[in-house]
Design a protein around this ligand. Structure first.
Ligand code: ADP
Ligand code: ZN
Length: 601
């Protein structure tokens, strides 16, 4: 191919301008220097190595951790007319031989390889015989032993520094805090790499979090029906059982919802993944097992029916929404039970004390995020060491500032009730004591005679449970490590008990947002354009089905929207549409022009 990076951006990808810092990254590697690129999901990492791969003579080697991810990227590149191939365990011996033949003949611009394949004996020797122009390591955070995506095969990738001296290496990731970043640099031996750290903000994602016991399924259904009818989304649940039940229930309600978890066969999981990519409007209900490697750009919502175990996990999972930059939702509705379950899981794990402590701290931070009453995005970014000067205007707390009430006295009653009953009872028992609802057991313990018995009749049982939930979330109350649900006071509770600290909390009853809001999903096209929009989508779908690729690989939603705006009436005008490169212009240009012309008449 070759040409300047900008020529390639225009002719191959059909885009007018690089996004920052793509151009600087590309300049760096084309200039022969290593690069470390941290960019949020959807920021445009792939171009950072795909453009240099095409701009320099030879073949770029791209290390990618998942087969699905590789296949997706290669299919998308082929749609652009780029000579790309992959080597992984999904290929037959004959297919692999053909890839090697093309590689040795210098026909490939990019070769995607699984890390274990790359480090197999003989593979690096073979690569030494071809003209490698760049080594790209995608999802570089997989080298981190502390991360949730650790891949042991990634550790050996540091050897590539010796194997390809003088050839630029570029490592890319969307999830890297300070510590992970240093781990990547150390393990991949990228000490001299130029670092590009972009902000982690995903301004197109609207964050919404609510908590409550029960009914979250109905709220989810309402949310999907009202705001994302017919659109693709992911629903995360904590357990396989809940995944199964939720998917079944959503299906009964008339939605296309498929379960996905590690207990299903590999075959079944692959099918789910393929349908999610190929069809429009599929909802996958999944445990965390579903996610990495799902590069679908038009996921319009990510919903959590359980609390994720850390902000890192939450941010990564919600980050799968709206990669195309169009409006998307991160929606969560969790219950107190989640906190207990997660704490029990952590307490019961085999991990050593230090790791357990880290996990507990992370869960507390996650809870802190759910309970806060100020801008969520500011808090999220602050957690990753970034500052957002102004509240974002695109999270629930910004859009509908929550009311708060002075809960100091109620909290004192709750805390002192825990103290008086010996710091070993669970929420429901404590609520009964507070509300003066004695039973035999309580009488046996003598708790119907203590000073906190019946002092809380001003609040309903539900309100008390909500209060306990928030006190747990704020770390004033701790749950016993054995997992029986017994509560005890954290030392930090003392200040509240002594009246040195006031406490403002959310009112419990307000948790279910009933107010219908403007859809944050796809920016609706003007009503008069809708028939044309629908025919453009239908045409895209037909073309995709003919070739067995997902619709977004033909043209993205953003490209179709731009087409609607530009209304090209010639091939030349069509080529000005963002996302229409030379190859797609030739392949699809005429067909879409005919469609546009028919609607003009
Ligand atoms: P990442 O790997 O960082 O999540 P991608 O490389 O998948 O992001 O890019 C996200 C989306 O942005 C893709 O649809 C891609 O085509 C688009 N994109 C990337 N760079 C540009 C650009 N310079 N101009 C327009 N669109 C771009
Ligand atoms: Zn906000």
């Amino acid at each position: 191919m070759q040409g300047t990076p900008r020529d390639i951006l225009r002719s191959v990808f059909g885009f007018d301008d690089f996004r920052s810092p793509q151009d600087a990254v590309i300049e760096t590697v084309v200039g022969g220097r290593d690069a470390l690129v941290l960019m949020p999901t959807g920021g445009g990492k792939s171009l950072c190595y795909q453009v240099p791969a095409l701009a320099m003579p030879g073949t770029a080697i791209v290390v990618s951790p998942l087969i699905a991810l590789m296949q997706d990227q290669v299919a998308a590149l082929r749609e652009l007319g780029v000579a790309a191939a992959f080597l992984n365990s999904s290929l037959s011996a004959d297919e692999a031989r053909e890839v090697f033949r093309r590689l040795h003949a210098g026909e490939l611009d990019l070769l995607y390889v699984a890390p274990e394949r790359l480090m197999m004996p003989g593979m690096l020797e073979r690569l030494a015989e071809v003209n490698v122009n760049l080594v790209a390591i995608d999802e570089a955070h997989c080298v981190s032993q502390w991360g949730h995506d650790f891949r042991p095969e990634y550790i050996r990738l540091g050897e590539l520094a010796d194997r390809f001296p003088g050839i630029p290496r570029i490592a890319l990731t969307a999830t890297a805090d300070e510590a992970t970043r240093e781990e990547i640099v150390g393990r991949l031996r990228l000490d001299d790499a130029r670092r590009f750290v972009s902000g982690f903000d995903r301004p197109n994602i609207r964050y919404r979090i609510s908590q409550g016991a029960g009914g979250s399924r109905d709220r989810l259904l309402r949310f999907v029906r009202e705001e994302h009818p017919g659109e693709a989304g992911i629903v995360y649940c904590l357990s396989r059982k809940k995944v199964e039940q939720t998917a079944e229930w959503l299906t009964k309600q008339g939605l296309v919802a498929l379960p996905y978890h590690a207990g299903l066969s590999a075959e079944h999981r692959r099918e789910v993944q393929e349908r999610f990519l190929a069809e429009e409007g599929v909802i996958v209900v999944a445990t965390i097992a579903f996610g990495m490697g799902i590069d679908k750009p038009d996921v319009r919502f990510v919903a959590h029916l359980n609390l994720p175990k850390s902000i890192e996990a939450y941010y990564q999972e919600t980050g799968r929404a709206g990669r195309d930059g169009l409006p998307a939702d991160a929606w969560m509705d969790y219950g107190l039970q989640d906190v207990l379950t997660l704490r029990q899981m952590m307490a019961g794990s085999e991990a050593d004390e230090r790791i357990k402590r880290i996990e507990r701290t992370k869960l507390d931070a996650m809870l802190g995020l759910t309970e806060m009453t100020t801008c969520r995005r500011q808090a999220l970014l602050a957690y990753f060491g970034e500052t957002l000067a102004e509240p974002c205007g695109n999270c629930d707390n910004c859009l509908e500032p929550p009311e708060t009430w002075d809960a100091t006295v109620a909290a004192q009653k709750a805390l002192s009730c825990i103290h008086r009953t010996g710091q070993r009872f669970g929420v429901n028992y404590l609520v009964s004591v507070l509300r003066g609802e004695a039973d035999d057991r309580m009488r046996r313990f003598g708790h119907d005679r203590i000073s906190t018995f019946g002092i809380g009749t001003e609040l309903s049982a539900a309100a008390w449970r909500g209060l306990f939930r928030q006190l747990i979330a704020r770390g004033l109350i701790a749950v016993d490590a054995e997992g029986h649900g017994g509560l005890h006071l954290d030392p930090s509770a003392r200040a509240v008990l002594r009246g040195e600290e006031a406490l403002r909390l959310r009112p419990e009853t307000k948790r279910a947002k009933t107010k219908r809001r403007e859809r944050s999903g796809q920016a609706p096209v003007p009503a008069e354009d809708e028939p044309l929009w629908e025919s453009l989508r239908a045409q895209r779908k037909r073309l995709a089905e003919e070739q067995g690729i997902p619709p977004y690989m033909v043209f993205s939603d953003a490209t179709l929207k731009h087409m609607l705006e530009v209304r090209p009436s010639s091939l030349e005008e069509m080529s000005a549409v963002s996302g229409v490169g030379e190859h797609k212009l030739e392949k699809y240009g005429e067909g879409f022009l005919r469609l546009l012309a028919a609607h003009d008449g």
